[in-house]
Ligand binder design. Structure first.
Ligand code: NAD
Length: 414
């Protein structure tokens, strides 16, 4: 995503605001993030020199609760992208009825060029600089692209040191040893699986034996490919940054995972034939799952997708001009703010457990996650039918109405 990511969010907000007959004052409030903090992050590198990185933390809206949203480390990150992702978190948390607002943050850096101690230095100084915003009842970060449990542990430790007390509820996606939740790792993927199941059911298309194409084989795409194949689907193609692999009979995802663990990419996997990356979109199948980057389904790609279902595991994979093409062609798109909300839902469970100081069983986490995802899907599906619009628009309408209701209930300060 780039500068246009924020424009895309505004366009989607404007469209939904009109359909929801949103109060124009509330509409204007949601068109502007509540606060944007830009920080400078000086870090001493291993060679003794000092590099100065730039980072941000954005709160889009916090009416429904503390800001919630990931921390992204990426060399092309900019403030418009962070604003867009923060707004998407406002909608996502409202859609799942989580008691949070929308936030996002990150540092413009290339983590692949940093040593472990440099990465820790970037994380800790960034956490310190944004610490005035952080806290279990004000802003609760989580992992995002290029950040993980280890980075969350450094963040939680830095915040705890700065605030002078142990604060496990200040960050989610933490390792189990310091208050992480069971079931966090695969939560986004299993949320996508629930969405896929209900979509197949609503469209009366058999899922078992159906063919799926998955772009991206990382933290989301990898476990999701496995879950889809365990659910009886044939995952016929998978791609990652190294290439794309195809097998008409269905790839052996366990063997593919082993291959990726050894070689770092799906490229060169013996259980299928290598195909051109771009060719994955034209493959005959029942479901396409973008689980890598934003902006990959443009209008041209949308013309080539033959599947009746697209489940957006990635954030922002479909461009604004691609959506009408998919609508015209009758493709049901389960939008990102619904499809990939399993991760933030598990984060909510982690926060609640940390506040209670009482861990839940894995089955409790899994069942509550499935139920919330199914309820959110059902609410969006029903609204899409009544308004005769696609699921993306319906999801924004449902979310915006919930945020507007909270804004109206609280009134305007002072
Ligand atoms: P990741 O870094 O673990 O994996 C990304 C995958 O995409 C890798 O397999 C990578 O090789 C592949 N990829 C990168 N460039 C590609 C290209 N040009 N063509 C094909 N594949 C390419 O990231 P992730 O955590 O799996 O996140 C993937 C997407 O899901 C992102 O959009 C992220 O914002 C979104 N998301 C993730 C979570 C989560 O829980 N991790 C939650 C919500 C949304």
């Amino acid at each position: 995503m780039s500068h246009s990511a924020w424009q895309a969010v505004l366009e989607r907000l404007d469209e939904a605001a009109e359909l929801a007959k949103l109060d124009p004052d509330v509409h204007r409030m949601l068109r502007t993030p509540k606060r944007t903090l830009e920080v400078s992050i000086p870090v001493r590198l291993d060679d003794g020199s000092i590099e100065v990185f730039t980072g941000w933390r954005v709160h889009h809206d916090t009416t429904r609760g503390p800001g919630k949203g990931g921390i992204r480390f990426h060399p092309t990150l900019d403030v418009d992208e962070v604003k867009a992702l923060a707004a998407m978190m406002t909608f996502k948390t409202a859609l799942l009825k989580l008691p949070f607002g929308g936030a996002k943050g990150g540092v413009r850096c290339d983590p692949s060029s940093l040593s472990l101690s440099e990465l820790e230095g970037v994380t800790r100084r960034y956490a310190y600089e944004i610490s005035p915003l952080l806290g279990p009842d004000s802003d609760v970060p989580a992992p995002d692209v290029n950040t993980d449990g280890r980075v969350m542990a450094w963040l939680m430790d830095t915040y705890s040191m700065v605030s002078g007390r142990n604060a496990p509820a200040s960050v989610t996606g933490k390792p189990m040893a310091i208050g992480g939740t069971r079931g966090h790792a695969g939560a986004t993927s299993s949320g996508c699986l629930t969405c896929a199941r209900v979509a197949f059911r609503e469209l009366d298309i058999p899922m078992v034996g159906g063919r799926a194409v998955v772009q991206g084989f990382g933290k989301v795409g990898g476990p999701l490919a496995f879950l889809l194949s365990s659910a009886g689907m044939r995952v016929v193609a998978v791609s990652d940054i190294g290439g794309a692999v195809y097998n008409e009979g269905g790839l052996d995802i366990g063997a593919l995972s082993d291959h990726v663990a050894e070689s770092g990419s799906v490229a060169g996997f013996g259980g299928g034939e290598m195909i051109d990356d771009a060719a994955i979109w034209s493959i005959d199948c029942e479901m396409v799952v973008p689980a890598a980057l934003g902006g990959v389904i443009d209008a041209g790609v949308a013309e080539r997708i033959s599947a009746p279902i697209v489940v957006e595991a990635a954030n922002g994979p479909t461009t604004v001009d691609a959506q009408p093409v998919l609508d015209r062609r009758g493709v049901v798109v389960v939008p990102d703010i619904l499809a990939n909300a399993g991760g933030v839902t598990a984060s909510y469970f982690e926060w609640a457990q940390a506040l209670q100081g009482y861990p839940w069983d894995e089955q409790v986490v899994a069942e509550r996650l499935r139920q919330r995802m199914e309820d959110a899907f059902t609410a969006v599906w029903a609204r899409a039918q009544t308004l005769s619009v696609g699921m993306r628009t319906a999801a924004h309408v449902v979310a915006i109405e919930r945020v507007a209701e909270a804004i109206a209930a609280r009134g305007l300060f002072p």
